[in-house]
Design a protein around this ligand. Structure first.
Ligand code: MN
Length: 318
C-alpha cells in the first residue's frame, strides 16, 4: 500500500522538503502547508522552498504556514504534492540533484509517475484530500491551522464543492475539517470575495472580449494587452474568470486566452464531462485534467485562437 510506503519513508527521514507546483493555487499551497505543519508536529525538520511570495489571493494562508525559506541541512526526503509532472515542480532556490528519494502525491489523471514512490489517485478531488488521509494515517492530530489549509485546498479544487469531482468523501473530509476548526465563512470570504482592483477589471475585459462559436457551444474569453493597459497577465489576476464562461447556457467548451507577449499566448480551457479538453491542451504542449487544462502557445493572439478553435472542432467532430 502506497500510504504505508510513504509513512515508512517519512519515519526514517529527519529533514524533509515539501514542494508543489508553479502557478500555485489553493490546493498546492493548502496541501503543502498542512503537510509541513504535520511533519513538524512529528518532530521532523521540514521546509517548503517555494514560492517566495504567496499570490495575493492566498496571502491569508501565510499565517497558517511556518516560515518558508532556505534550509541548509542535508535533505533526506522530498515530497511533491499536486504536481502532475516533474517539470511542474516549483523548486524555488533548492537545487535538486535527483539522488534524494522523491515521493509524488497527486490527483491528476495522467500524472507521469515521476517519483520514486508514486501515490496517484485521480478519484481524489484535491491533493488536500490525500494529504488529509496521509496526516490521519501518520497519527498526527490535525490542528486548526492544518484544518484551515486543507479546507482551502479542497474548497478551491472543487469550485466550492460544485465541480464533478466533488464526492461524498469530499464532504465527509470537509465536515471533519470544520469540526477540527476550519471556518467555512471566513475561508470562503478570504479566498473568493477579496478581489483586487486588477482582478475586478480583468473580469470585465475578459467578458467584454468574449466571442462564441458553433452556435454558442464554444466560448472564448480574451485578456489582450491592448485592453489591459498596465494590468498584469499574472495567473492570480485571471484565476477563476474562465468559470464565468462555463456558466453561460449551452456552452460546452470555454477558453480564456491571455496575451503574455506579442508572440506568446496562454490558454486556460474548460469543458463539460465527456469532452476531454485536455487533448487540445496536450496538442499544444500543455496538459491538465480532462475537463480543466491549459497550455502556452507560441504565436500571436489571432493565430492561437484559430489554432485552438480548429482543434476543438476536431475534438467535437464538427
Ligand atoms: Mn489540485
Amino acid at each position: 500500500m502506497k500510504l504505508e510506503q510513504i509513512k515508512k519513508l517519512i519515519d526514517r527521514s529527519e529533514n524533509i522538503i515539501v514542494v508543489s507546483h508553479i502557478e500555485s493555487d489553493g490546493d498546492s499551497l493548502g496541501s503543502a502547508i498542512a503537510l509541513q505543519l504535520a511533519l513538524k508536529k512529528m518532530g521532523k525538520k521540514s521546509f517548503v522552498p517555494a514560492p517566495d511570495k504567496f499570490p495575493n489571493r492566498y496571502r491569508f494562508l501565510e499565517k497558517y504556514a511556518e516560515r518558508w525559506g532556505y534550509f541548509k541541512d542535508t535533505i533526506d526526503l522530498v515530497i511533491a504534492v499536486d504536481c502532475s509532472t516533474g517539470e511542474r515542480i516549483d523548486w524555488g532556490n533548492f537545487k535538486y540533484d535527483g539522488k534524494i528519494p522523491l515521493v509524488n502525491i497527486d490527483h491528476h489523471d495522467g500524472n507521469t509517475n515521476f517519483g520514486n514512490v508514486n501515490w496517484v489517485d485521480p478519484s481524489a478531488a484535491a491533493a488536500g484530500e490525500m494529504i488529509y488521509e496521509l496526516i490521519r494515517s501518520i497519527g498526527v492530530r490535525i490542528d486548526e491551522n492544518m484544518a484551515s489549509a486543507l479546507y482551502v485546498a479542497i474548497m478551491t479544487d472543487t469550485g466550492r464543492f460544485s465541480f464533478g469531482n466533488t464526492t461524498a468523501k469530499t464532504f465527509a473530509i470537509a465536515s471533519a475539517l470544520v469540526e477540527l476548526g476550519a471556518d467555512p465563512k471566513f475561508l470562503t470570504t478570504e479566498t473568493y470575495f477579496k478581489f483586487s482592483e486588477e482582478y475586478f477589471r480583468n473580469i470585465g475585459i475578459a467578458l467584454f472580449n468574449s466571442r462564441s462559436y458553433l452556435n454558442g457551444r464554444v466560448l472564448f474569453l480574451t485578456l489582450d494587452r491592448a485592453s489591459m493597459h498596465s494590468f498584469s497577465t499574472s495567473h492570480e489576476n485571471s484565476e477563476g474568470i474562465i468559470d464565468f464562461a462555463m456558466a453561460v447556457q449551452n456552452v460546452d467548451v470555454a477558453v480564456l486566452f491571455k496575451e503574455i507577449s506579442k508572440n506568446k499566448v496562454h490558454a486556460s480551457m474548460r469543458s463539460r464531462r465527456g469532452i476531454e479538453i485536455s487533448e487540445v491542451a496536450k496538442y499544444f504542449g500543455g496538459g491538465g485534467h480532462p475537463n480543466a487544462a491549459g497550455c502556452t502557445i507560441d504565436g500571436n493572439l489571432a493565430v492561437a485562437q484559430e489554432g485552438v478553435l480548429n482543434r476543438i472542432k476536431l475534438l467535437l467532430g464538427v
